[in-house]
Design a binder for this molecule. Structure first.
Ligand code: HXC
Ligand code: NAP
Length: 293
């Protein structure tokens, strides 16, 4: 048994149709592959049809599952409705929405144009609520039960982060959407959960967030108490669980999977991590002495 292996039973997602925004690349592609291996049908969607088709072909060959590749800019509600209708037409129903698509890049906030700020917030927040609203309305109208929405956020949805401010604002909104609808839509049989990943290497994220020499300089592994980045399969296992019927009682949760990264940044005295054992001997003596003074 190892964390790079699939965790759920064979057939755990059988008879489910799962729509994954941003499913042509990165973590979306990895999740798509694992869901197919577990027996699901998958709809992958993003703006670039060519990339989607290439991914769909590759995944169908690798897994023998069914993949529908649909171009859709999730910022546009009408395109989202069309994408949903095409998924239903192909597979008869859809059961799960994964809000995974995102836009992001590293930049001092004062260097951003208004359009740049809008672009990130529109992809991440508007894109997620467009999909959530369209899918939720559909499920409620059809009285279809046992549905799940899973949104991929980040740990800076609650801590905030310098240099990715539009993304932080938007992810915070997606987390609020998740927790709010977990209560409001539970009565319709719709569960809402989120995953907050730490660093999981993907081309999309790495090229935009730690480009060139900064990848070495700001070694992300050093920020993680477990001293490594995430393996895609670890996130896929968690995502598969959260959309499967095994997690039927999990609703409104955000599960962090970051090797302890955000807490390392948060704890007041975490800088003492650097202290050696001999230094601790000295520190202990000094602190004990404080009692007698
Ligand atoms: C300043 C920039 C910029 C930069 C773009 N802009 N890059 N401004 N610094 N580096 C500005 C543009 O000049 C323009 O404003 C506006 O942003 C929109 O840019 P476009 O290129 O016209 O937009 P678009 O083609 O829609 O592309 C969107 C994008 C692009 C976000 C800029 O990078 C993209 O397609 N990204 C999708 C994939 C992605 O981002 N993946 C990473 C997710 S990682 P003006 O005013 O000039 O018109 C992630 C991880 C989080 O979220 C946590 C990690 C631990
Ligand atoms: P990625 O490969 O760049 O994925 C982002 C996807 O979003 C792309 O497939 C992109 O495709 C799609 N997209 C962007 N704008 C869109 C739009 N308007 N409409 C539809 N699709 C759009 O990056 P990733 O690292 O796998 O990120 C996946 C998710 O994980 C994101 O939500 C990200 O915030 C989150 N996350 C990642 C990490 C990490 O370390 N990798 C950490 C924390 C959170 P097109 O460009 O073709 O549209």
């Amino acid at each position: 048994m190892h964390y790079t292996e699939g965790m759920l039973k064979e057939g755990a997602l059988k008879d489910k149709t799962i729509v994954i925004t941003g499913g042509g690349t990165g973590l979306g592609k990895s999740m798509s592959k694992y869901f197919l291996q577990l027996g699901a049908n998958v709809v992958i969607t993003s703006r670039k049809q060519e990339i989607l088709e290439k991914t769909a072909d590759e995944l169908m060959k690798e897994t023998s599952g069914q993949v529908l590749a649909l171009a859709c800019d999730i910022r546009n509600y009408l395109e989202v409705e069309k994408m949903l209708a095409a998924g239903v037409a192909k597979f008869g129903k859809v059961d799960v929405l994964i809000n995974n698509a995102a836009g992001n890049f590293i930049s001092p906030t004062e260097r951003l144009s208004l359009r740049a700020f809008d672009t990130i917030v529109d992809i991440v927040l508007k894109g997620s609520y467009n999909c959530t609203l369209a899918f939720g309305k559909h499920w409620i109208k059809e009285q279809q039960k046992n549905n799940a929405i899973l949104s991929i956020v980040t740990t800076y949805a609650w801590t905030g982060s310098a240099y990715v401010v539009p993304s932080a604002c938007a992810k915070a909104g997606v987390l609020a959407l998740t927790r709010s609808l977990a209560v409001e839509w539970a009565k319709y049989g719709i569960r809402s959960n989120a995953i907050a990943p730490g660093p999981f290497p993907t081309k999309g994220a790495w090229d935009r967030l730690v480009p060139g020499e900064f990848r070495e300089k700001f070694n992300l592994e050093k920020q993680v108490p477990l001293r490594r980045v995430g393996e895609h399969q670890e996130l896929c296992n968690l995502a598969a669980y959260l959309i499967s019927d095994y997690s039927a009682y999990v609703n409104g949760e955000v599960v962090t999977i970051d090797g302890g990264e955000w807490l390392q940044g948060a704890g007041e005295f975490n800088m003492f991590e650097e202290v050696t054992q001999p230094q601790w001997d000295v520190i202990e003596k000094m602190v004990r002495k404080a009692k007698s003074e």
